[in-house]
Design a binder for this molecule. Structure first.
Ligand code: FRU
Length: 445
């Protein structure tokens, strides 16, 4: 088996396809990450299930327990779509969208509970198409639920009948009795809003979102679909800012860790993209991003900091100009002061910064599988940090104010070199994933 492109520190499937992270939560001291999963087809052409990973307190070594939610009722027969989890009492409450494509498209919001993230209760349909406001089309999905001052709140992504993306807010006194309260939208921001996420950090309120159909600009919104956030002023949506400007980031979700940090994880992939992934022919496709801490600047703009446990860091090397180091696994590459311009080579991939423009160039040979050059306007930046994995680059510039995540497929382990004397490379130990396969669970039929 060709395992050259197996990620070492990113969650990915052993076989099949994954997309959105779902149900992120901390429950009884463990972290749970579910994801959209088609275990049998690397092209994702079978109805989605939820795969389940659980870690102890480090979010770095995981147990994969199986595909724990499968389409098995009429209301989710064409897919257990995205959703979220809330911990209340001794239970994890999971909410997801049941996708039905025939004879007409319909979306049901469904609630299940679990005491371990693996064995699920029976499914309860809590919202049907009759419960969506009249101005909405049949595209309504991706419940993100939280509890605020004792009230259960849910946001849903939707497409309005007039072709605008919007978010619906529902509230209830318990997890089974949500009622529509109001909607949010912003003209000019696409036709369908997926994966909404409403949260506050340090007094700033945000609506995270994956909108489809925002027109591309030279330095922004360059993917077919984008993922980012609106700052909120009361109910009013301010400017939309992308979380990430790389080729592969979509469908982000956030949750709070044991230290009170707001953590974001995204799908390190992109829907409807014109580029491909070299692992598809090997039987698997896509991964999730590393967990990242979201930190607001004074003005509320969000920075992102990858979560890498010190325990996992190995040897540290300083690589001077003219020298290079071959990356045999994952590593953390830093240029603490990047000056007016700099260039870093990761084999055939090149990251450069010059005149206030940061560029990721994956156009050499077939390393990008159709991904070319991606440029963003950053203005002056201080530092560059790259988390390199065997087929992925997460680039953080200016203390994570600008992030670019992309897959890439080097033929050989990339040689890392730069034009500075200040390139610091820290080896990162491989993440542990123990795979248990699927134990029988309550909803097996
Ligand atoms: C986003 C998305 C969600 C949907 C899921 C289906 O990538 O389209 O809106 O719930 O993927 O896999």
């Amino acid at each position: 088996m060709d395992n050259r492109w197996r990620q070492r520190i990113h969650i990915e499937p052993e076989t099949g396809w994954i997309n959105d992270p779902n149900g992120l939560c901390r429950f009884r001291g463990n972290y749970h990450v579910f994801c959209q999963y088609s275990p049998d087809r690397a092209d994702g052409s079978t109805p989605r299930r939820w795969g389940h990973f659980v870690s102890s307190d480090d979010m770095f070594s995981w147990d994969y327990t199986g595909d724990v939610l499968r389409p098995d009722i009429p209301e989710d027969k064409d897919g257990v779509f995205s959703g979220s989890a809330v911990v209340s009492g001794n239970l994890m409450h999971i909410f997801y969208t049941g996708n039905v494509e025939t004879p007409d498209r319909a979306a049901y919001q469904i609630h299940v509970t679990s005491a371990d993230g693996h064995i699920m209760s029976s499914k309860k349909v809590i919202l049907t198409p009759a419960d969506y406001p009249e101005f909405c089309s049949c595209e309504v999905r991706d419940p993100k639920v939280w509890i605020e001052e004792g009230i259960w709140k849910m946001v849903l992504g939707a497409k309005a009948n007039d072709g605008r993306g919007c978010v619906l807010l529902y509230e209830g006194s318990d997890p089974d009795s949500f009622r529509f309260v109001k909607s949010f939208d912003k003209p000019g921001h696409g036709y369908m809003w997926e994966c909404p996420d409403m949260f506050s950090i340090g007094g700033h309120k945000y609506l995270g979102l994956s909108p489809q159909g925002i027109p591309s600009e030279e330095f922004r919104f360059q993917n077919v679909h984008n993922s980012g956030y609106f700052r909120m002023d009361g109910d009013c949506l301010q400017d939309f800012t992308e979380y990430d400007h790389g080729f592969d980031l979509y469908a982000t979700q956030t949750f709070t860790d044991g230290k009170g940090n707001r953590i974001i994880i995204g799908w390190m992939g992109a829907g409807d993209a014109p580029y491909t992934n070299a692992t598809t022919d090997l039987g698997w496709q896509h991964c999730l991003t590393l967990p990242r801490i979201l930190i607001p600047d004074k003005d509320g703009r969000l920075r992102q900091e990858p979560l890498i446990n010190d325990r996992l860091c190995g040897s540290v090397y300083t690589v001077m100009r003219g020298n290079s180091l071959t990356a045999s696994g994952a590593c953390d590459i830093r240029i603490p002061e990047c000056g007016k311009e700099t260039r870093i080579h990761l084999g055939d991939a090149v990251i450069s910064y010059s005149d206030g423009i940061l560029e990721m160039d994956l156009s050499c040979g077939d390393v990008g599988r159709g991904r070319g050059r991606r440029r963003i306007r950053t203005g002056d930046i201080r530092d560059i940090r790259i988390i390199l994995d065997c087929s992925g680059i997460e680039l953080y510039a200016d203390e994570g104010r600008f992030v670019m995540s992309s897959r890439f497929y080097p033929e050989n382990a990339p040689e890392i070199r730069s034009d500075t004397d200040d390139l610091i490379i820290t080896e990162i130990k491989d993440m542990e994933v123990r795979r248990h396969g699927r134990r029988r669970s309550g909803n097996d039929r």
